[in-house]
Design a protein around this ligand. Structure first.
Ligand code: APR
Length: 307
C-alpha cells in the first residue's frame, strides 16, 4: 500500500484526507502542531470507513517521524487568508511554517514527492524547493488545477451544460495575476469563442480570477477547501496510479515559457515520477504578456524571501 502524508489538519488538510481515503489508494498520515486535532479528525474519518467502504489506514499525529516512507507529502500547513487579506500578507508566517515542515520532510521522507498547497502558493513552492533541495520534478504546487476547475464550473453554469464536456486551462501565478486561457477552453471540443460572446467570456474570466476571494468574502472566517482538496486528491491519484494526466501545476521553470528561476503554473504531465514533463503551449503575444506580468508578481514575493 502506498503512503501519503498530509501536513496540516485544518479544512484543506482534513478534507484532502477524507477524499484520499475515499479513493482507497493509500494509507494516510495527517500531521498538525495542534495536539489532538489530527488524532480526532483521523479517528472520525476511520469511523466512516465501514459506511463508505474504504480499507486504508488513517492516523493523526503531532510527530513528524510518522511521515517516514511516505510516497507523497501534501503541505497544507499555514494560516489561511482572512477577508481583505491579500495572499502576500500571509507570506512571512507561511514561509516560516514551510521551512519547519520541509526540514522534517527532508529528515523523515527524503524520497517523497511534495505537493505544496499553502499560500502564497508559487512563492511557498519556491521556498519548499530551496529548503528540501529536491529535484524540481519532486516539488510542485497545487494551483492551476483548482483555478481551471473554477473556470470550467463557471463555463458549465453559463452554458447550462454538463461539466463533463468542459475543458479549461489557467496558467500563471495563483493569485490576482493568474492567466485563464479562454482560447484553450472548449465545450465538447468546441472553442469557447464559438459558443459565447467576448463580453460573457470576459465576465467568466474575471470571476475565475476572483473565485478564491469571492468565497472568502462569503465565509468571512476561512477560505475554500472543497475544490482545493478535490484538486489535491486528483494530483495525488495521478502520481500514485501513474496516470500521466496533463494538468497545470506550479513548477520550477528553467527557461520554459521564457522564465528562469521561478515557480509558476504551467501544464505538466503528472505520473509516478512527479512532474515528468513540462508542456510548452504556443501562446499569443497577449497571453505571453499576461504570463510575464504574473511572473513579475511572483518574483516580487520571491525577492522578499531572499532579502
Ligand atoms: N506543522 C503542522 N501543521 C501546522 C503547522 C506546522 N508547523 N503550522 C500550522 N499548522 C496547521 C494549523 O494548526 C492548522 O490546523 O495548519 C493548519 C491550517 O489549517 P487552516 O487554518 O484550517 O487552513 P486551511 O483552510 O486548511 O488552509 C491551509 O491552504 O489553501 C491554502 O490559503 C490556504 O495557506 C492556506 C492552506
Amino acid at each position: 500500500m502506498s503512503k501519503v502524508a498530509v501536513i496540516g489538519s485544518g479544512n484543506v488538510g482534513a478534507t484532502t484526507v477524507q477524499r484520499l481515503a475515499e479513493l482507497n489508494i493509500a494509507d494516510i498520515v495527517m500531521v498538525d502542531i495542534v495536539e489532538g486535532l489530527p488524532q480526532g479528525k483521523a479517528l472520525d474519518i476511520r469511523q466512516a470507513a465501514p459506511l463508505i467502504g474504504y480499507d486504508v489506514d488513517v492516523i493523526g499525529t503531532n510527530d513528524y517521524a510518522d511521515i517516514s516512507n511516505a510516497d507523497v507529502v501534501v503541505v497544507t500547513a499555514g494560516i489561511a487568508r482572512k477577508p481583505g487579506m491579500d495572499r502576500h500578507d500571509l507570506l512571512a508566517t507561511n514561509i516560516k511554517i514551510t521551512q519547519q515542515v520541509c526540514s522534517n520532510i527532508e529528515k523523515y521522507a527524503p524520497d517523497a514527492i511534495v505537493i505544496t498547497v499553502t499560500n502564497p502558493l508559487d512563492i511557498i513552492t519556491y521556498a519548499a524547493l530551496r529548503c528540501t533541495q529536491f529535484d524540481r520534478n519532486r516539488v510542485f504546487g497545487m494551483s492551476g488545477l483548482l483555478d481551471s476547475s473554477r473556470f470550467a464550473s463557471f463555463i458549465a453554469k453559463e452554458m447550462n451544460c454538463s461539466i463533463k464536456d468542459v475543458n479549461a486551462m489557467v496558467l500563471g501565478g495563483h493569485g490576482d495575476s493568474m492567466v485563464p486561457l479562454p482560447e484553450y477552453a472548449t465545450v465538447a471540443g468546441i472553442p469557447l469563442s464559438k459558443l459565447m460572446d467576448a463580453e460573457t467570456i470576459e465576465r467568466i474570466v474575471n470571476r475565475t480570477v476572483n473565485a478564491g476571494a469571492e468565497i472568502v468574502e462569503y465565509m468571512k472566517n476561512g477560505s475554500a477547501f472543497y475544490a482545493p482538496s478535490a484538486a489535491i486528491a486528483t494530483m495525488v491519484e495521478a502520481i500514485l496510479n501513474d496516470t500521466k494526466r496533463i494538468i497545470p501545476a506550479s513548477t520550477y521553470l528553467n527557461g520554459e515559457y521564457g522564465q528562469h528561476d521561478i515557480c509558476l503554473g504551467v501544464p505538466v504531465k503528472l505520473g509516478k515520477g512527479g512532474v515528468e514533463e513540462i508542456i510548452e503551449l504556443e501562446l499569443s503575444i497577449q497571453e505571453m504578456r499576461a504570463l510575464q506580468r504574473s511572473a513579475n508578481v511572483v518574483r516580487e514575493g520571491i525577492a522578499q524571501i531572499r532579502s
